[in-house]
Ligand binder design. Structure first.
Ligand code: M6R
Length: 365
């Protein structure tokens, strides 16, 4: 039921503060300053033996996996590789016993992700899954896993599943980190930052009116670029995918500094770039990348949690999001991108909940 909302996608975008609260419920463990999960089916001792994690998934779930790579490297200092399930299933990667496979999937039924999981199971690897749909094939066939508890996602464009996936990956990274080198006080700080997250997402949703105005300005674009660095590089990819799939506008995500290696040739007055400009260590770097685009005459939309005046000196349009810890920036920053895709699609008369050529769950290879 869509309730008061005109589309499932909008309802699901607005459900995110609650979905994140649900994904955290019962999992934050103050006494040990860590996260706990019911269904990993691996002991702390077994998890301490893990030396490498291969994350796999498709589409938005793959992008959440890319966020997971930064998270697990940062918080747990474990090497991570992220592979498209459709590629991984036919590869022949050298695997050692200390490598685990982590599949990420909202539906738990995506054919390629299921096949990659089965192949890993067949080789005798330990497999884990992050799933939303309880009792789905992937949830059943993985050795252990974590449910998102995000509630049903009906809109074809994944929204609350993405943010819940990023959150669960944060919890997992915290847990793995606390088994290794993270101190009690570092764990406590992370728990506090997690507890404040749903409220930060609620604040981020307040950008909706400004995003509507933005959509009116840019809805006739035929090409758009989404640019971010570090934690926000996967979010740039996700923002571009959202726009493509529901508004049919061609969009590409790139690491902001890669532009000068080719894609900057695409920039002209008709090609807007959406820059993700977080407060913190990459702020100045992204501003420098923005200058490069501005110098070529490209319109610039900036989503920022940093100093707005500095950003506004370069960008044509600025949307502010709350400042959060660096590793939580993906969850807050994707909110305006989801709303932008939604509003652009509406203005172009697209069916946002059932975009052409797409199904909610891709159960064929
Ligand atoms: O159910 P899954 O998470 O395995 O689905 C993976 C992709 O098919 C899915 O994320 C797709 O890219 C969405 N339509 C993106 O919005």
């Amino acid at each position: 039921d869509k309730g008061e909302y005109p589309h499932f996608m909008l309802k699901e975008i607005y459900e995110q503060p609650e979905a994140l609260t649900n994904a955290m419920r019962g999992r934050l463990h103050e006494a040990d300053a860590t996260a706990h999960f019911g269904g990993l089916n691996l002991t702390a001792a077994q998890l301490r033996q893990v030396e490498r994690i291969i994350i796999t998934g498709c589409g938005t779930s793959y992008y959440a996996g890319l966020v997971g790579e930064y998270l697990i490297e940062d918080l747990a200092r474990l090497p991570v590789e992220v592979e498209y399930a459709s590629e991984l299933r036919y590869r022949h990667p050298p695997i050692d016993p200390q490598t685990i496979l982590l599949a990420i999937t909202q539906s738990g039924e995506t054919a390629d992700t299921l096949a990659a999981l089965r192949e890993a199971n067949r080789r005798g690897q330990t497999t884990l899954a992050i799933c939303n749909v309880v009792g789905s094939s992937i949830a059943r066939e993985a050795h252990g896993g974590v449910y998102l508890h995000a509630g049903p996602e009906i809109g074809v464009a994944s929204t609350k599943a993405f943010t819940a996936q990023c959150l669960v990956l944060t919890l997992l990274a915290l847990y793995l980190g606390r088994l290794r080198h993270l101190s009690v006080s570092q764990g406590q700080r992370i728990l506090r930052e997690l507890q404040a997250l749903p409220e930060a997402v609620r604040q981020a949703l307040q950008c909706h009116d400004s995003v509507k105005t933005l959509a009116e300005k840019y809805s006739h674009a035929t090409n758009m670029l989404y640019l971010g660095r570090q934690y926000l590089y996967p979010v740039a990819l996700e923002g571009a995918l959202k726009l493509k799939e529901i508004s049919y506008i061609h969009a590409e995500g790139y690491p902001a500094a890669e532009m000068k290696h080719g894609p900057i040739a695409l920039v002209d007055e008709q090609t807007p770039s959406v820059f993700l400009v977080p407060s913190g260590p990459v702020f100045d770097k992204v501003l420098a990348n923005m200058q490069e685009i501005k110098a070529r005459g490209g319109p610039i939309i900036a989503i920022t949690s940093g100093n707005e005046a500095e950003v506004a000196a370069i960008a044509d349009d600025v949307i502010a999001v709350p400042a959060v810890a660096e590793y939580l920036q993906p969850i807050v920053t994707v909110i305006p991108l989801q709303l932008l895709a939604y509003e652009m699609a509406l203005l172009r008369g697209c069916d946002v909940d059932r975009p052409r050529n797409l199904a909610k769950s891709v159960t064929v290879e």
